[in-house]
Structure formats: C-alpha cells, structure tokens
Design a protein around this ligand. Sequence first.
Ligand SMILES: C[S@@+](CC[C@H](N)C(=O)[O-])C[C@H]1O[C@@H](n2cnc3c(N)ncnc32)[C@H](O)[C@@H]1O
Length: 272
Amino acid sequence: MAPVDDARRLYLDLLKAAVRNSIYRDEVPRPSPREREFAEALRATLREKYGARAPDWSAETLHAVLEANRPVAHTLAELAQVDNVLSCVETVLADDVPGDLIETGVFRGGQTILMRGILKAYGVTDRRVFVADSFQGLPAPKLNIDDAIAHDVLDSVAHFAISADRVRDNFRRYGLLDEQVCFLEGWFCDTLPHAPISKIAVMRLDGDYYESTRDALTSLYGKLSVGGFAIIDDYGLPLGCRQAVDEFRAEQGIREPLRAVDAQTVFWRREQ
Ligand SMILES: C[S@@+](CC[C@H](N)C(=O)[O-])C[C@H]1O[C@@H](n2cnc3c(N)ncnc32)[C@H](O)[C@@H]1O
C-alpha cells in the first residue's frame, strides 16, 4: 500500500474510533449490571402499561438507549454500522456514483462527521454532506404502537434532543465544519421535500419511527442514483421503521435484496 493510502486508512480508522468514543470510554461489560437492572424495571413498567402488547426489549437493545445518556460518544452506532457507512461511501467514490450524502436523524452527528471525514480523506470537494434533524428530538408518534411504546422508553433520554449548535460544534472539533456540510433543521416532513439536493449517492435513515422513515423515503429515494446506497438503521428494532420500509419497497416495486449490517441495520444498493 502506498504511504498516502496507509495514512488515509489510519485517519479513517481513528475517526471511526473517535466518533464512537471507543478509545477512551470506560470498558464495562455490555450490558452492564446497571443496564440489566434498568431493563428489568422498564420491562415491568411496560407490561403494566401495555399488557401483552409490551415488547420484550432486550437488555442489549436498551443498552443503546442508555448509551445516549453518556454525553461523550458522537454516535450511538456500533462498529459494524460505521464500517458500513465507510464501505458504502468508498464504493460510490470508487464507482463514480453521482450525488451527495445524507443522514436523516443524526443525534450528536457522529455518522455525518464520519461522512465528511471520508470526503476529506479522498480530497472530494464536489459532494456535500446533509445533516437532517429536528434538533429537538423524536416527534410524538401517531401511527404505530411500537413507536408509541418506544416513545415512553425514550422519555428517559429526552428523545435524543440536542441542538444544531452542539452538533456544529462537534463537527468543528474534528476540523470538519465547512461549506460542504449542510444542516437541514426541522421536522423531516417540512425540510426534506424542499431540500436543495438533486442527487444522492448514500442516504442513511436513522429516524426510528414509522412516520420519520416514511417521510425520508418518500422525499429522498427518488433522488438516489443508480449504484447508490439506502441504509436503514432501525429495521431490526421493535419500531415502526420496518413497516415504513416494507410498505415503501412494496409500493415502489423495489426488488434489490435487503442486506444485513447487523441485527439492527440493513441496506441495499439501487440497481434501477
Ligand atoms: C436514534 S437518533 C439518531 C442516532 C444517530 N444517527 C447516531 O449516529 O447516533 C434519532 C434522531 O432522529 C431525529 N428524528 C426522528 N424523527 C424525526 C423527524 N420526523 N424529523 C426530524 N428529526 C427526527 C431525532 O431528533 C434524533 O436525533
């Protein structure tokens, strides 16, 4: 490998570790005893409130919720999920698939910081990274019972509310806030239909709920280039996301198979 490739790989590996805070975070067994206790208490509350309809949120899934209480990592993503973003973006660059990159539902911004870092590492100046979020947390869900239950659970972490200025500051800390980063601030149903994007090469949807996922797919999928990637973060979780994706794929006749990143996340590459 040429030294420049080595340096790029080292930078991107370090960036992945930095956004996940896997370098400095205190290593605790996952899920920790505290998380198991929390999971048990929460399951009991949900059973009381929703009876047989209560989902059996595993301690591992709840771990992700608690992770949001740790004010350090810039993404909730597991290693496989940041590796997937890196591999999709590197593929569209290598194959010259036109378009910008977008994540809908960014929380502290880590995955979009990684996207910007990848463009920087490859010297790409003609693609932008779109950072779409309400920056006031998840909306109250109306159409899906799993989302309603999750909304109760996520009360304890303020539904991932974080201000756009905090996310901009996170980008700045990596030296990655510039004119190639575009914030779309507001509810997806208001911002995405008019987003100033003509072509998308990678779209990563991480809005958790039925409406949030449906709104993102409806506004953005038509702009996804052939050869581009659609990544769905929450498909494997007990949330309305999966219903929105299944409905949209059926309506649009999308036949490209879903590929698993891990038990939670899926993606496909657009072929037509
Ligand atoms: C689980 S967090 C995203 C995690 C993030 N991708 C990461 O890497 O850590 C979900 C985010 O989606 C946002 N969100 C969900 N539905 C939304 C909607 N309809 N409009 C705007 N933002 C939304 C929330 O504000 C929250 O920041």
